[in-house]
Design a protein around this ligand. Structure first.
Ligand SMILES: [Zn+2]
Length: 148
């Protein structure tokens, strides 16, 4: 646990994650850390992840020095970090998407449709190119076999 005398200013960069759990990175003895947050975040998991990365950064601890539920999701970690569930921490909607009118939403959907139709055409062109390439090399191989 951090004592007030050990207090330091740290920079935490939060980034979105596709995973189901929080994860993070911090260099030993640094004052910067990265915390990845999934779309549906478990606040206890987030608190544990911040504690884990803070132990690396601020307390200069490595994994062998941080066994147990205080720094890892083992044992009664969920009970230990249950206090975080009460924190008023909620994902905010992007300010850019918040107040879109129905016309703007339609415009956005049209752009996305065009984007994916273009990707579909590109994919179809690639498939056609590789089909020709496969036929070409298969023919070459057959011609070589016939010579023997
Ligand atoms: Zn770690």
């Amino acid at each position: 646990m951090l004592k007030p005398s050990q207090g330091r200013r740290v920079i935490i960069e939060f980034v979105p994650s596709q995973d189901l759990c929080c994860s993070g990175e911090a260099y030993l003895g640094s004052n910067e850390m990265l915390v990845r947050i999934p779309r549906k975040v478990n606040k206890a998991d987030l608190a544990l992840t911040i504690a884990h990365e803070t132990a690396h950064a601020v307390l200069n601890l490595n994994h062998s020095e941080m066994r147990g539920p205080q720094y890892n999701n083992v044992g009664n970690w969920e009970k230990l970090y249950a206090w975080a569930l009460e924190f008023p921490l909620e994902r905010q909607q992007s300010p850019f998407k918040q107040n879109l009118s129905p016309e703007q939403k339609l415009g956005e959907a049209v752009l996305k449709l065009e984007e994916w139709e273009n990707k579909l055409i590109l994919a179809q062109n690639k498939v056609a190119r590789y089909k020709k390439r496969v036929e070409h090399y298969a023919r070459k191989l057959n011609e070589k076999d016939e010579k023997w």
